[in-house]
Design a protein around this ligand. Structure first.
Ligand code: HEC
Length: 131
């Protein structure tokens, strides 16, 4: 193979593996954040809830772009892209609600927002995994 082709091929591989990384990085960050929020609510540790919420926000930002989400939908689910995109928007809204309630010490409402985030995770996974 000529050098030019080899370079082109390796550039393509790097691009593809980076795309893979975005999903894994996003999901791992959100998973860590959700665990912290749960731990925080169970142990009445507000700092942990706050920190976990920031992690979920960061992870969700990485995986909220329509084109990126669409790449990860199986072929038979591409038509569900709007529903999938909406679950990411829902998480973003829930984060705002959670943070505002936390500031106002309305912890039950904050916990409800956390539950709704968890439901949104499952909603998108149910599409992706053919649940
Ligand atoms: C918009 C769609 C979408 C949303 C919302 C979403 N995920 Fe995912 N998630 C995926 C996709 C796509 C995969 C990879 C395919 C699979 O695991 O079936 C995945 C996989 C995962 C994995 C396994 C990661 C891996 O490397 O295999 C974890 C953990 C995860 N998600 C956590 C979460 C958490 C926590 C939330 C909510 C805060 C969430 N996800 C919300 C689409 C989503």
């Amino acid at each position: 193979m000529r050098l030019g082709k080899l370079l082109l091929l390796s550039a393509l591989i790097v691009t593809l593996s980076n795309a893979q990384d975005i999903m894994q990085k996003s999901m791992a960050t959100m998973e860590k954040g959700m665990s912290q929020i749960q731990q925080g609510f169970l142990n009445n540790n507000i700092k942990l809830i706050d920190n976990g919420t920031k992690l979920v926000k960061k992870g969700n930002k990485l995986f909220s772009n329509k084109e990126i989400i669409e790449k990860y939908l199986p072929a038979n689910k591409k038509h569900m892209i709007n529903v999938a995109e909406y679950t990411a928007k829902r998480i973003s809204l829930d984060i705002t609600v959670l943070q505002l309630n936390l500031e106002n010490k309305a912890f039950l409402n904050a916990a409800n927002a956390y539950s709704d985030i968890l439901n949104a995770c499952s909603r998108c996974h149910s599409i992706v995994r053919n649940w």
